[in-house]
Design a protein around this ligand. Structure first.
Ligand SMILES: Cc1cc2nc3c(=O)[nH]c(=O)nc-3n(C[C@H](O)[C@H](O)[C@H](O)COP(=O)(O)OP(=O)(O)OC[C@H]3O[C@@H](n4cnc5c(N)ncnc54)[C@H](O)[C@@H]3O)c2cc1C
Ligand code: SF4
Length: 351
């Protein structure tokens, strides 16, 4: 029997799978990892915005909802390797037990993002050279263990800074887009560092702060007013080692003067790029991609999930930078569109 196939078991794929199954359709969810939960689980996020809830617990709740939602089959360590037809599709899925073909009246692609590699091209922040230069996801993993230290010597840092827009809003490297979550995530992590290490000083160097919607009130103002995080409008041009610490050099654009300051830990707020899985599945299904490699929605802004192939919808960060609310919304919409098609196929089949 035809099923709805959801590819990717992160926040967007889980939302899509839950919604489709709760609407009464049979769902097969294909996840290449041996576990569900996407990046928040794979990268050991400590907590999620805005209420600092434990990330693994939130994703665990989603998984429970999915498994209780109805006719749901979860295939872990599995991948779609071939697609035949033009909607419905015959999808060849490689599982640990071998290959099988699944008829799909609709497909939801939720294959997500990868972090920008801060060692690439024009980046002069020394991610691979200096152990005390880390990225947002590295700090998340330390926060999860309640153990934030300088990797070089295992000591608690006294001065910590975040550098925003690493790999985003950068025309030179071709990523002209804003990655949407990093201002909020850096503010959340800054609050958590201040809570864990009350003697520390925490700075955020930014071009401009982009706090969407309620995050302004939930994260940005509390970070400053309650947790004394210091926001500095400026451009950091390089990070260099000095006297066992890190010299952060750039320009304070509010004051219009050069800036040099010593830090113990530098956190790069890396942006989002399409995951290798997103690029691969776009090739297998023949989906149009935009110039950055994300899957291209065909009729935005009011149809955000329809792709260039009939019956194939996309959700979450496979479509472009997204936060969890975006993922839940686009996952739900993609599921509704997929279920509508599945119902049409059932009706035609029953005639
Ligand atoms: C450090 C950091 C912290 C963050 N914290 C927050 C936060 O607090 N709040 C917030 O709103 N957002 C946060 N985000 C953003 C959040 O991580 C994303 O919005 C979310 O993970 C995107 O979900 P997704 O399901 O689209 O993709 P992903 O989380 O990337 O999941 C995609 C899934 O698809 C699987 N997959 C990929 N390719 C294939 C394939 N070909 N076949 C089968 N499976 C495949 C992957 O293994 C993965 O499980 C954070 C991001 C970063 C970088
Ligand atoms: S969210 Fe903030 S840090 Fe991230 S790209 Fe946009 S402006 Fe830069």
């Amino acid at each position: 029997m035809d099923r709805i196939v959801v590819i990717g078991g992160g926040p967007a794929g889980l939302s899509a799978g839950i919604a489709a199954a709760e609407l009464g359709a049979p769902v097969t969810l294909v996840e290449r990892n041996a576990f569900l939960g996407g990046r928040p689980v794979e990268e050991n996020y400590a907590s999620i915005t805005p209420y600092l809830e434990d990330a693994a617990m939130v994703m665990g709740r989603m998984e429970e909802r999915l498994r209780a939602a109805g006719d749901v089959e979860v295939l872990l360590s599995s991948e779609v390797v071939h697609a035949a037809g033009d909607g419905p599709y015959g999808l060849t899925i490689r599982t640990p037990d071998g290959e099988r073909v699944q008829e799909a009246s609709a497909v939801v692609v939720a294959t997500g993002f990868t972090h920008f590699d801060p060692g690439r091209e024009t980046q002069l922040y020394g991610y691979y050279e200096f152990p005390d230069v880390i990225a947002l996801q590295d700090l998340e993993a330390m926060l999860k263990e309640h153990h934030v230290v300088r990797p070089s010597n295992g000591e608690a840092p006294r001065r910590v800074c975040f550098i925003q827009c690493v790999g985003s809003r950068d025309r030179q490297i071709g990523n002209e887009y804003c990655s949407k979550v990093c201002c909020g995530v850096a503010s959340k992590e800054a609050i958590e560092v201040r809570q864990l290490l009350p003697d520390s000083e925490v700075f955020i160097f930014y071009i401009d702060m982009r706090m969407y919607g309620y995050w302004e009130r939930q994260l940005y103002w509390p970070a400053q007013e309650e947790h004394h995080v210091q926001y500095v409008k400026g451009i950091v041009t390089e990070v260099l080692p000095k006297d066992g610490r890190l010299l952060v050099r750039g320009e304070d654009t509010t004051m219009g003067r050069p800036m040099e300051t010593l830090m113990d830990l530098v956190v790069l707020s890396v942006g989002m790029e399409p995951s290798p899985g997103t690029r691969k599945i776009a090739g297998i299904l023949g989906l149009a991609q935009n110039k950055f490699g994300f899957i291209e929605a065909q009729q935005p802004p009011l149809d955000t999930v329809g792709t260039s192939r009939p019956g194939v919808f996309a959700a979450g960060a496979a479509l472009g930078p997204s936060d969890l609310e975006d993922c839940a919304s686009s996952g739900g919409l993609a599921a509704a569109r997929a279920v509508a098609l599945w119902r049409q196929h059932q009706t035609v089949g029953a005639r």
